[in-house]
Structures are given as structure tokens and as C-alpha cells.
Design a protein around this ligand. Structure first.
Ligand SMILES: Cc1cc2nc3c(=O)[nH]c(=O)nc-3n(C[C@H](O)[C@H](O)[C@H](O)COP(=O)(O)OP(=O)(O)OC[C@H]3O[C@@H](n4cnc5c(N)ncnc54)[C@H](O)[C@@H]3O)c2cc1C
Length: 492
């Protein structure tokens, strides 16, 4: 048990949640503390029996299974920076996009996303006009995006659907944007906030007049600079799986900093700091607390301390999803994917979100004689599979892919993992809630929020959010220390 902090001890910071957000916060806090010579103790409280949260890598039967995230998006620098800091640069594996990278299900058939598409923006017209994915009118509408006047105001938010229909037309929404972005964010695209989910597209529209022009200029600049293009191929992972990030971050924490199987129930004000009360009733004093769990969990912890803050946090909905891994002998697959996978539009009626060919995406993930597929179920747009038992989920996933990939016979391996209430669903206007959260939490000195609750979506955002929470907390600890020292000097 952590003893109560005495004045002479290092000030303690409790980080609640040992996912990537919390671990990034803890590690950044300690790093900055060491750099600035500030003495601080960090304690990470994690509800489950393992660190990593949604990051779950498993090795089974010669296969490397990523049940949660499997990739970091290269356009957001926080992921690459973390890998560099952790000495993982040589361990990075990329999926090189010999385009096309993905396929999309439309009218019962898989169609490649045309080369040159960045999300739904066609940076090259030739492949768009050759594509079997759109009607002629649909192609003209997509191509005309570059000529449409941009929206004027920077503050406006709109749903993913409204944005894409406004800029690229209905076909681009239904056949590309809804399946890809709705699938990646396991979201209902009609409700998902553009400002939270894809702020870069809004920015491109404002800065360059159109999204397509923005992407074209970015690509040209990158080519001129000899860099990689920023298309869908800019994803990477770690050879040994993303849990390596978790292991390396955890290894940097001083021994005894992590308390597993310790759900936090309540946070109370105590003197100048806080009392963190875990499910077993134990109380731990802290000068500062970083809340890095899901918003609904933080809401429960803060119910007594600040009901308004708790209510704002509790208002954020989370969707559930499941990952099914299916392995087949190569000879079983009649129509192997020529890309890394496919996305499924909601309107298709197929009860899966997407499917990735893991064996093709990153090297060394499956024996060469096997095709390893990762199939996603659930999300806010497909609640129909919520509550299915494991056998039914595997069966649904198998039947969905078997038809499209002409697979003969049952999988040689099939397992599923559920992620209940895992994916934050930012509704249109959620950025105003983020401002409200910042304003309310600022009333509690030393209480810092990070992760999904404050708009982080995906690993790079969570890493960046954790890092800034770590920095903000250290700043607070350092200034509180000075104030206390002055107070002690005056009263001496
Ligand atoms: C199936 C799936 C695939 C994904 N794929 C990708 C991808 O390829 N790329 C990508 O960038 N992102 C992906 N994501 C999203 C990404 O995984 C998340 O954005 C990120 O991992 C969230 O990290 P986090 O630390 O904020 O939250 P979490 O990982 O959810 O961690 C929160 C932690 O808080 C703990 N906790 C909860 N309540 C309490 C409590 N009361 N007391 C103490 N601890 C508590 C939880 O146990 C958990 O460990 C995927 C997500 C899923 C589910």
C-alpha cells in the first residue's frame, strides 16, 4: 500500500488508467521532472490485471494477434516520436502501399479504392475515372470538389456525413467515407463530429480552398522534400506488436509505481491535494491526479467532488466493438485479397465493419501457409451484433468473409475479444464540451484530464494527450512546491 504523503516526502501524482494515455502521462511527467530537477513520485492505478488498456498483443500458434490497435498513423507525429524515445526505431514495420491499399464493398463486390485517393479525396483523376466504385455522375461530383467554394468559418462543426456530402457528394459518402471513417472510428457517421474526428480535412478546406487541393499540395511538398507521401499508406507498427510500447513505457517507471487490479472508485479533495479511493476502500493521498481512463469511469470517480464536471464527462457515449481473428490454410481461400483489407458500408447489410489481411499487412504475423484475417464487429453504426456470444461472433465473421473471399471450409483458428464501451463517440459540437471540461477541471488545481474524454481519438492523439497532461501536471507540482516552500519559510 502507498503510505500517506508527508511533507518531507516527494509529492505523489496518481495516474488513473494504465492505457497508452496514462502511461504516456506518467512517463512524460517523470522525464520532465528529471530534466527540471523536480522530485516527484508517480503511482499508476489500473483497474485490470494488465497495463495497456486497449493495446493487447498476443502470440498464439505462430501468429501475432493484435486484438486492439495494430497501427499508428504516420501523419500524426506523436507515435513516431514515442517509438524513437523508446529506442524502437529499428523495430518499426510499415505497410508499404503498393496502391490500391483497400477495397470497399459495393453491391456485393469488392472494389479497390482508386489509386491516389486520400480518404475520399482523389488526388489523381485517371484512377478515379477508371474506377468501378462510382457512377459517372458520382465521379464527376467527387472530382468537382476542388472547384467548390470553401466554408468560411473556422468555428463551425458538422457531422462526417454532412461534410462529405457537402464537399464530395452522396456516393463518396456512402461508398467511401462512411465505410472507412465510420469503420475506423466504429462510429455513426451521421453523428460523428468532424472537428473531433477529422479536423485535418476541415483545415485543408479552409487553408487551401478544397480538401483535394490541400492533399495535392501536401503530396507535392513531400515529393519535393524527398519524403514519404501522406496517403493511406502512412501507417506503421512495431515488429513484435504494439504491446512492446506498453512494456517499454512500463519498464521506465520506477519499481513499485504500478498498482494493477486497482480500480479507482472516488476522488476526494484532501487539504491541498486529493485522496484517491480504490475499490478495496484504500485511500491514497496525492498532490495531483491525472485521469486517463474512459470518460464514463472518470465521471463516476468525480461524482462527489464535482457533479457538474462528472455530468459533462458522463455525457460522452462510448461504443462497443469486437475483434475476431480467423485463420485459414492458403489453399482454402479462393479469392485472396490483393490489398490489405476491405471496409463494409452500413447500407450493405453485411454485419461486419471491416476485414484486414493481417498476413499481408505486416511481416511475420502468420505462418506463410496461412491467411490470417482480422474482422471487426459492432460500433455505434452496427449495434446489431452487440451481445452476440463468442461462437456467434466467429460464425458471423466467418460467413461474411467466406462469401466475399470464396473460402472453402471452416477456419483453422477462430477467436474473438470484446471491447465493451471502448470507443468514444464525439457528437457534433463536442469541442464545446471539451472547452467546458477544461474550464471545470481548472477549478480543481492538480486535477488533469487526458485521453478520449478530451477528444483524443486513436493512439497518436492519446500519446500526445498523455504527454501534455504529464507536462501540465509537472508544471502544477513544481509551482505548488514553490508556493509551499514560501509558505513554510514565512511560518518558520
Ligand atoms: C479494436 C480496436 C482497434 C483499434 N485500432 C486502432 C489502430 O489501429 N490505431 C489507433 O491509433 N487506434 C486504434 N484504436 C483506438 C486506440 O486503441 C485507443 O484510442 C487507445 O488505445 C486508447 O487509449 P487510452 O489509454 O486513452 O484508453 P484505454 O486503452 O481504454 O485505457 C484506459 C485504461 O483505464 C483503465 N480504467 C478504467 N476505469 C478505471 C478505474 N476506475 N480505475 C483505474 N483504471 C481504470 C482501463 O482498464 C484501461 O486500462 C483501436 C481500438 C480498438 C478497440
Amino acid at each position: 500500500m502507498f503510505p500517506p504523503v508527508r511533507r518531507s516526502d516527494f509529492p505523489r501524482v496518481v495516474v488513473v488508467g494504465g492505457g497508452i494515455s496514462g502511461l504516456s502521462a506518467a512517463s512524460e511527467l517523470l522525464r520532465s521532472a528529471a530534466q527540471r530537477g523536480v522530485a516527484v513520485e508517480v503511482a499508476v492505478f489500473e483497474a485490470s490485471s494488465e497495463l495497456g488498456g486497449q493495446i493487447r498483443t498476443e502470440r498464439v500458434d505462430g501468429m501475432l494477434l493484435e486484438w486492439g490497435p495494430d497501427s499508428l498513423v504516420g501523419q500524426k507525429p506523436a507515435g513516431g516520436e514515442l517509438c524513437a524515445r523508446l529506442g524502437l526505431h529499428d523495430e518499426i514495420v510499415r505497410f508499404e502501399s503498393g496502391e490500391p491499399t483497400f477495397e470497399l464493398l459495393h453491391e456485393g463486390r469488392l472494389h479497390p479504392l482508386p489509386s491516389g485517393f486520400v480518404m475520399m479525396a482523389p488526388t489523381r483523376l485517371g484512377p478515379l475515372f477508371e474506377s468501378s466504385l462510382f457512377t459517372t455522375l458520382g465521379k464527376l461530383r467527387v472530382a468537382s470538389e476542388r472547384f467548390l467554394p470553401p466554408r468560411r468559418s473556422e468555428r463551425d462543426d458538422e457531422s462526417l456525413r454532412d461534410f462529405v456530402v457537402r464537399r464530395f457528394g452522396r456516393e463518396a459518402y456512402e461508398r467511401v467515407a462512411e465505410p472507412i471513417l465510420g469503420g475506423l472510428f466504429t462510429a455513426d457517421a451521421e453523428r460523428l463530429s468532424m472537428r473531433c474526428a477529422a479536423p485535418r480535412l476541415l483545415e485543408l478546406e479552409l487553408r487551401h480552398g478544397s480538401v483535394t487541393t490541400g492533399f495535392q499540395r501536401m503530396r507535392a511538398a513531400e515529393r519535393a522534400g524527398g519524403g514519404r507521401h501522406s496517403g493511406a499508406g502512412g501507417f506503421f507498427s512495431i515488429r513484435s506488436g504494439l504491446s512492446t510500447l506498453v512494456d517499454r513505457l512500463a519498464a521506465r517507471l520506477p519499481e513499485g509505481s504500478v498498482r494493477l487490479a486497482t480500480p479507482v472508485r472516488r476522488i476526494e479533495r484532501q487539504g491541498d491535494g486529493y485522496s484517491v479511493i480504490s475499490a478495496d476502500g484504500r485511500e491514497t493521498e496525492a498532490v495531483a491526479v491525472v485521469l486517463a481512463g474512459p470518460a464514463w469511469a472518470s465521471a463516476q470517480m468525480l461524482r462527489d467532488l464535482d457533479p457538474e464536471l462528472a455530468e459533462a464527462l458522463g455525457g460522452l457515449g462510448y461504443a462497443s466493438c469486437s475483434t475476431v481473428h480467423l485463420a485459414y490454410g492458403r489453399e482454402q481461400v479462393g479469392r485472396p485479397l490483393s490489398t490489405y483489407g476491405f471496409f463494409v458500408p452500413r447500407a450493405s447489410g453485411l454485419p461486419i465493419l471491416a476485414c484486414t489481411d493481417v498476413s499481408a499487412k505486416y511481416p511475420g504475423r502468420a505462418p506463410v501457409d496461412r491467411v490470417l484475417l482480422r474482422v471487426f464487429l459492432g460500433g455505434a453504426g452496427r449495434p446489431e451484433t452487440d451481445g452476440f456470444d463468442a461462437r456467434t461472433q466467429i460464425d458471423v465473421a466467418h460467413r461474411s468473409v467466406a462469401r466475399l473471399l470464396e473460402i472453402k471450409g471452416p477456419p483453422v483458428f477462430g477467436q474473438v475479444r470484446d471491447f465493451p464501451r471502448s470507443m468514444p463517440q464525439f457528437p457534433v459540437g463536442y469541442s464545446a464540451t471539451i472547452e467546458l471540461l477544461a474550464e471545470r477541471s481548472a477549478r480543481h488545481p492538480g486535477l488533469v484530464l487526458c485521453g478520449g474524454a478530451v477528444g483524443a481519438l486513436g493512439l497518436p492523439d492519446c500519446i500526445a494527450s498523455g504527454r501534455s497532461a504529464g507536462d501540465a501536471t509537472l508544471e502544477y507540482v513544481a509551482s505548488a512546491r514553490k508556493t509551499n516552500a514560501r509558505r513554510d519559510a514565512r511560518s518558520a
